[in-house]
Ligand binder design. Structure first.
Ligand code: PEP
Ligand code: MG
Length: 295
C-alpha cells in the first residue's frame, strides 16, 4: 500500500473525467514544511500561526514572526501559503495573554475577537505577514468570523498596515484575503461575506461543534459528533454555491477534508481545494484519481 501511494508522487489531483482540485497541507510551523513538500503538497492551505504564540514565553515579536513566515514562504518556493491569523482561546490558552476564566470558552473570547479587541497584537502579526509576503506567495485567512462588520474592520486594519509599510519603504506583495467558515452564522451569510474576500476555507472541526452544539473537546460526546450530519453536508454545499456565485474559491481545511469516504462528494459539490495533514495528501490524491464526477 505504501509503495503504491509513493507512485502517486508527482501525479495530478485529477478525477477520471478530468476535474482538477488543489490539494494543500495543514501545518503548525516551520518544521512541518519539509513533510508537506515530501508528500507533494501543492501549497499550504492552513498554517496554524498560533503555535508561534503557544511555544513562546511572551508575545512573539514582529521579527520572530517575520522570520518564521519568510522561511515557510521561501521553502514553499512560490507555492501558495495560507497563513491563518492568531486563533487562541478556547482549547488553546496562552499564559501571557492573561485571559479571564470563562464559563463557555469555546463560545468566548477567542481568535479574531481577541485580534479586533487588541489591534496592536493583530497589527504586529499582519506586519510580519506582509513583510514575509515579498518572499513567496502568501494568502491571509481570518478565523471564527461571524459578520460582515468584522471583515470590514479587518480590511481597515490591513489597509493601515500596508500604508505603514509603504511609508517605511518596506517591500510587500498584495495578499489574497480569505476567511474561515466555521460558524453557522458565516455559512448563512456566506453570500454577503463572499463579496468582501477572495476565498473561503471551511473549518469543519469548529463548524461541526457549533452546528451540532457538541463540544469538540468532550470525548463523552464522540458518538454524537457526526461530521457527516446532513446539516453539515448542506452547509458545505451552500458555502460552495454562495462562494462561487460571488467570485470566491472555496476549500476545506478542517479534518473532514481528509475523510476519503467523502472525497468524491466534495468533488461533486464543486470544492476547489482540500487542505489536509501532510500524511493524508497521497491517500486523498489516490481517491481523487479513482473518482468520476459526472456519474
Ligand atoms: C477547524 O475548526 O476546522 C479548523 C481547521 O481550525 P482548528 O481545528 O485549528 O480550530
Ligand atoms: Mg477552528
Amino acid at each position: 500500500k505504501k509503495r503504491l501511494l509513493l507512485e502517486l508522487k508527482g501525479k495530478e489531483n485529477v478525477t477520471l473525467d478530468g476535474k482538477k482540485i488543489n490539494l494543500y497541507a495543514n501545518i503548525g510551523g516551520v518544521a512541518d514544511v519539509a513533510n508537506a513538500l515530501s508528500n507533494d503538497a501543492g501549497g499550504i492551505g492552513l498554517f496554524r500561526s498560533e503555535f508561534l504564540y503557544l511555544e513562546s514565553e511572551d508575545y512573539p515579536t514582529e521579527e520572530a514572526q517575520f522570520a518564521a513566515y519568510k522561511t515557510v514562504a521561501e521553502n514553499m518556493a512560490g507555492k501558495k501559503v495560507i497563513i491563518r491569523t492568531l486563533d487562541i482561546g478556547a482549547d488553546k490558552q496562552v499564559d501571557y495573554f492573561h485571559m479571564e476564566k470563562e464559563e463557555n470558552p469555546a463560545m468566548g473570547y477567542r481568535a479574531i475577537r481577541i485580534c479586533l479587541d487588541r489591534p496592536e497584537i493583530f497589527k504586529t502579526q499582519l506586519r510580519a505577514i506582509y513583510r514575509a509576503s515579498y518572499y513567496g506567495t502568501i494568502s491571509i485567512m481570518f478565523p471564527m468570523i461571524i459578520s460582515v462588520k468584522e471583515v470590514k474592520r479587518i480590511k481597515e486594519i490591513v489597509a493601515e498596515v500596508k500604508a505603514e509599510l509603504t511609508a517605511e519603504g518596506i517591500p510587500f506583495k498584495d495578499c489574497e484575503l480569505g476567511i474561515m467558515i466555521e460558524t453557522p452564522a458565516a455559512v448563512m451569510i456566506s453570500d454577503l461575506l463572499a463579496e468582501e474576500v477572495d476565498f473561503f476555507s471551511i473549518g469543519t472541526n469548529d463548524l461541526t461543534q457549533y452546528t451540532l452544539a457538541i463540544d469538540r473537546q468532550n470525548p463523552k460526546l464522540d458518538s454524537f459528533y457526526d461530521s457527516h450530519h446532513e446539516a453539515i453536508l448542506r452547509m458545505l454545499q451552500m458555502v460552495v454555491d454562495n462562494g462561487h456565485k460571488h467570485g470566491c474559491w472555496v476549500g476545506i481545511c478542517g479534518e473532514l477534508g481528509a475523510d476519503t469516504t467523502l472525497t468524491s462528494t466534495f468533488l461533486k459539490m464543486g470544492f476547489d481545494e482540500l487542505s489536509v495533514s501532510p500524511a493524508m495528501i497521497l491517500r486523498v490524491r489516490e481517491e481523487i484519481r479513482n473518482t468520476k464526477v459526472e456519474e
